[in-house]
Design a protein around this ligand. Structure first.
Ligand SMILES: [Ca+2]
Length: 227
């Protein structure tokens, strides 16, 4: 009886792990660190937050403006693969983020490094949607980057797009609007022809657990920007 109970417990444990792994691809590889969860637990009273682009508030005319796209491709990078095996029954979907910066006349610079994430990992593999949020990606690992010098008007358009994502509380959707979509849309708002290749994923975890889908993704975006 004890052995039977143990087997059942083990199977339940495995199922839970598989479900967690299914959802890992949708987390834009947040490295398992989600300070938002902690914050929500500790402070349930909503606090009005300033916009992330407020770092540029009051900036006077600068000498130059630029957008840099950073891509942490799945695994070690170097291919258009949309995911890479990670640990035990987990996958790494990579991540993409942007840096907006201006070089000021006093030789200082002002910058914003930001990426788009699901607030919590989507629960349903068949409908991988969740509330979205912008997070500070300063110092985040990447394998590919591309810098685009911008005019002031186009720099402002990129900031306005980021504002719209934040103010409209845009939802995260693994297939339709993930971290790579955000990056591509910021670049295009800034007038740059950022490539957008549709990639697919079909991850079979066994035991009937499978995640299929497709869309913009860090693997393809990284390969496109390497060229
Ligand atoms: Ca990587």
């Amino acid at each position: 009886m004890s052995e039977r109970f143990s087997n059942r417990t083990y199977v339940t444990f495995l199922s839970a792990l598989l479900f967690a792994a299914l959802l890992a691809l949708g987390a834009c590889n947040d490295n398992g660190d989600n300070p938002q969860n902690k914050e929500e637990k500790e402070n349930t009273v909503p606090v009005a937050k300033p916009k992330v682009t407020d770092v540029f508030k009051g900036e006077r005319e600068a000498l130059s403006y630029a957008l840099t796209i950073f891509v942490d491709q799945p695994g070690p990078g170097g291919s258009a693969a949309t995911w890479f095996p990670k640990g035990f029954m987990d996958v790494d979907g990579g991540h993409a983020y942007v840096k907006l910066e201006c070089l000021n006349t006093d030789s200082t610079s002002t910058s914003l490094t930001v990426g788009f994430y699901p607030k919590v990992r989507p629960r349903d593999p068949n409908n991988p949607i969740a509330d979205g949020e912008l997070r500070d990606d300063t110092g985040r690992h990447f394998e590919v980057s591309k810098k685009y010098p911008l005019t002031k008007p186009n720099f402002d358009k990129a900031l306005a797009y980021i504002d719209s994502v934040e103010l409209n509380k845009v939802k995260y959707h693994l297939n339709d609007y993930n971290c790579a979509d955000f990056v591509i849309r910021v670049g295009r708002a800034a007038g740059e022809n950022v490539p957008d290749t549709y990639g697919t994923w079909d991850i079979n975890f066994g035991m009937g657990k499978r995640l299929t889908g497709g869309g913009s993704n860090p693997g393809n975006l990284g390969q496109d920007l390497r060229q």
